[in-house]
Design a protein around this ligand. Structure first.
Ligand SMILES: NC(=O)C1=CN([C@@H]2O[C@H](COP(=O)(O)OP(=O)(O)OC[C@H]3O[C@@H](n4cnc5c(N)ncnc54)[C@H](OP(=O)(O)O)[C@@H]3O)[C@@H](O)[C@H]2O)C=CC1
Ligand SMILES: Nc1nc(=O)c2c([nH]1)NC[C@@H]1CN(c3ccc(C(=O)N[C@@H](CCC(=O)O)C(=O)O)cc3)C=[N+]21
Length: 333
C-alpha cells in the first residue's frame, strides 16, 4: 500500500533501522506503522522528524529537461557546447565538482576538456592557459575551480578569461551585474543554484530575513546580492563575525557557505528557518558533508541535504550557462 503520510515525516538519519514491525512482528499497514512509530519512545523527537528535505534533484531535472531542446538546436547547426575546466592542484571539493560536472555535461551531450595545472603553477602559466582557452573557437565556456592556491591571484586570472566565456561569473563585469540586479549576466553557478532551488520550493523573498554565512566571491557575496535584489533583508557573516548565533537569530533563511564541518546545529539555527547548506566538506572517512549536523537541526522548517542538495543544482546551472554561452557565441549563424 502506498504511504499515506508525507515522506518528510520519516525521521532523517534513523529511518527503517528501528521499524516497529521488526520488534513486534506486526503486519499492520504502512500508515499504521507510521502512527505507531511516531508514538514509540525510541524514535527521534517529533520536531527533528519534521525537517523537510529540499532535494536538488527535481530542481536539476527541470533545468536539464528545458535544456535538451536548446542543445539539439545547436547540434542542428553543427555546434557542440564545450566547457574547459581549469584546476590548479588537487582538492577534494574541486574533484567532486569536476567529476559531477563531467557527468552532467556528458548527459546533456556537451563536451568537457580538463586542464590540470600543478599546485606549483605560476601566475603567468595560469594566465597563458586562460588566454589560450579564451582564443579557442571550440571552447564556449571556461570554469576555473576556486579557491585557487594562496600564491595565485583570482582577479588577475579573471582578467585573462574572455567575458563571453565566463560561465561562472568571475569577471568584474559579471559581478557588477549580479550586484546591480542585471539579468543579462552569468552569476556564479552556485549562487544562481541557491536561487533556483529556493524558487522551486516557493521561498518568499520579500519581507524575509536572510543570513548568509560566508563572503567569498564565488558564493557568499553573490548569494547575498541576489537575495537583496529580491527584497530580502540580508545579514552577512564571515570568520570575524563575533557570534554566528546572533547573526542568525532573526533569520527566516540561512545560507551557509563557510566550509566548516559541524559549524551549524540547533544552538545556532532559529526555529522555523530554511537552511540552504552549500558547503561540501570532507569527513575523515573521505565522505562529503555540509556545515550543518543533520541530526541536530532542531525545529527548523526545511534543509538541503549534502550531498543531494545544492551541488546537484550547481552542475545543472553550469550546463545551462554553458549552453547560453554557446548560443551567444553562435548568434550570427
Ligand atoms: N555545493 C556547491 O555547489 C558548492 C559548494 N562549495 C563549498 O562551499 C564552501 C564555501 O566555499 P567558498 O566560498 O569557495 O569558500 P571560501 O573558503 O572561499 O570562503 C569561506 C567563507 O566562510 C567564512 N568563514 C570561514 N569560517 C567561518 C566561521 N567559523 N564563521 C563564519 N564564517 C566563516 C570565511 O570568512 P573570511 O572571509 O573572513 O575568511 C569566508 O568568507 C566550501 O565547502 C566549498 O567546497 C563551493 C561552491 C559550490
Ligand atoms: N569556480 C568554482 N565554482 C564552484 O561552484 C566550485 C568551485 N569552483 N570549486 C569547488 C566547489 C565545490 N562544488 C561542487 C559542486 C557540485 C557538487 C556536486 O555535484 N555534488 C553532488 C554529489 C557529487 C558526488 O557525490 O560525487 C551532490 O551534492 O549531490 C559538489 C561540489 C563547486 N565548487
Amino acid at each position: 500500500m502506498a504511504p499515506l503520510l508525507p515522506r518528510w515525516l520519516i525521521p532523517v538519519g534513523c529511518r527503517i533501522a528501528r521499524w516497529p514491525s521488526e520488534s513486534t512482528g506486526s503486519s499492520t499497514s504502512y500508515a499504521g506503522k507510521e502512527t505507531m512509530r511516531l508514538e514509540t519512545p525510541w524514535t527521534l523527537p517529533r520536531k527533528d522528524s519534521a525537517v523537510i528535505e529540499l532535494k536538488g534533484k527535481p530542481v536539476a531535472d527541470a533545468l536539464m529537461s528545458a535544456l535538451s531542446v536548446r542543445v539539439q538546436a545547436l547540434a542542428d547547426r553543427g555546434v557542440t557546447p564545450q566547457l574547459a575546466i581549469v584546476e590548479v592542484g588537487d582538492d577534494s571539493a574541486n574533484r567532486w565538482y569536476r567529476q559531477a560536472a563531467i557527468r552532467r555535461l556528458e548527459a546533456a551531450h556537451c563536451e568537457v576538456a580538463v586542464i590540470s595545472l600543478s599546485d606549483k603553477a605560476t601566475q603567468p602559466e595560469l594566465n597563458e592557459t586562460l588566454d589560450r582557452l579564451s582564443a579557442d573557437d571550440q571552447i564556449h565556456g571556461i570554469l576555473l575551480l576556486r579557491p585557487l592556491p594562496a600564491h595565485l591571484n583570482e582577479q588577475e586570472a579573471a582578467d585573462h578569461t574572455s567575458a563571453l566565456k565566463d560561465v561562472d561569473g568571475m569577471s568584474d563585469a559579471s559581478l557588477a551585474g549580479v550586484f546591480l540586479g542585471n539579468p543579462g549576466v552569468f552569476a556564479p553557478c552556485t549562487a544562481d543554484a541557491v536561487i533556483r532551488l529556493l524558487n522551486h520550493y516557493g521561498f518568499e523573498y520579500r519581507g524575509s530575513r536572510a543570513s548568509v554565512l560566508g563572503r567569498s566571491a564565488v558564493v557568499g557575496r553573490p548569494v547575498a546580492s541576489l537575495l537583496l535584489v529580491r527584497d530580502a533583508t540580508v545579514t552577512q557573516a564571515h570568520s570575524k563575525t563575533p557570534s554566528l548565533k546572533d547573526a542568525c537569530s532573526q533569520a527566516d533563511l540561512v545560507v551557509s557557505a563557510m566550509g566548516v564541518l559541524g559549524a551549524l546545529d540547533q544552538e545556532v539555527l532559529p526555529s522555523g528557518c530554511w537552511l540552504v547548506d552549500v558547503s561540501c566538506n570532507s569527513r575523515e572517512d573521505g565522505s562529503m558533508a555540509g556545515d550543518a549536523v543533520w541530526d541536530r537541526l532542531g525545529d527548523i522548517a526545511a534543509a538541503t541535504p549534502v550531498p543531494g542538495g545544492v551541488g546537484a543544482v550547481t552542475t545543472a546551472v553550469l550546463a545551462e550557462h554553458l549552453v547560453s554561452a554557446a548560443e551567444r557565441q553562435n548568434a550570427h549563424f
